[in-house]
Design a protein around this ligand. Structure first.
Ligand SMILES: C[S@@+](CC[C@H](N)C(=O)[O-])C[C@H]1O[C@@H](n2cnc3c(N)ncnc32)[C@H](O)[C@@H]1O
Length: 223
């Protein structure tokens, strides 16, 4: 545990910075999720949010401007894996919820462990391409956040945005999951066109290279 570092809240509520690294306030003091650094300042504990481990942190580090997470936000998180990024979102939406959808039973076991100590994280072993299978288990969400490395990512995102009538969303596009032979920029443009044709306003697009090669984060506002 380190101390003596000066940090301040950034323009994004719940995200802190010491000018080099970013942090969230640990909802479960003393507990690390992925080996991240913990620091203690004025009786509060903060967890480093490591950009090379989290595309949402990479997005912020690279100048992302759209950040729809607030204290009471309810988030549908698709592709939660073992809960690395979802746990930081859980630190931010302290009075909201993070519904964590994950398809892999192996990752889900680790996710269950993280959710067991976090009152606002709810694990769902499900396929994000079939929101009809979990829509009745969730009463309302504000934001859809998606990070699934598989084909038809944009289509799956749109299906979920629609199923939950979400007011905003963020999708981390992995170009190589769509087509390894195509230029990633073409794949991002195609995704943007699809989102716009579905009536969503694209609020921000940030390529995540070099932190995450051939990935981009696209943020949209709902209809
Ligand atoms: C890149 S990892 C996610 C990392 C995680 N978002 C983080 O930052 O901590 C992608 C995850 O999406 C999951 N996934 C892929 N297709 C999925 C689907 N159709 N439904 C739910 N999860 C899916 C994979 O099993 C994998 O755990």
């Amino acid at each position: 545990m380190e101390s003596g570092i000066a940090i301040r809240e950034t323009k994004f509520a719940g995200v802190f910075s010491d000018s080099q690294r970013i942090y969230t306030r640990n909802l479960t003091p003393g507990i690390r999720v992925y080996g991240e650094r913990l620091i203690r300042i004025n009786n509060e504990e903060y967890r480093e949010w490591v950009a090379s481990r989290s595309k949402l942190a990479a997005y912020l580090k690279l100048g992302g401007t759209f950040f729809p997470f607030e204290r009471t936000t309810r988030v549908l998180y698709l592709g939660a894996a073992s809960g690395t990024t979802a746990s930081h979102v859980s630190d931010i939406v302290t009075e909201g919820k993070v519904y964590c959808v994950e398809i892999s039973p192996r990752s889900f076991r680790d996710l269950l462990f993280v959710c067991s100590s976090r009152k606002n994280m709810i694990p769902l072993l499900a396929d994000a391409s079939k929101p009809e299978n979990y829509v009745t288990m969730i009463d309302r969400v504000d934001i859809v956040y998606q990070d699934i490395a598989q084909r038809k990512q944009t289509l799956i995102f749109v299906k979920n945005m629609r199923a939950f009538n979400a007011k905003a969303g963020m999708i981390a596009i992995k170009a190589r999951s769509e087509d390894v032979t195509r230029n990633p920029k073409e794949i991002y443009s195609e995704s943007i066109r699809k989102l716009e044709s579905e009536g969503y306003e694209v609020a921000d697009v940030i390529a995540l290279d070099p932190i995450e090669k051939d990935h981009a984060m696209i943020a949209v506002k709902g209809k």
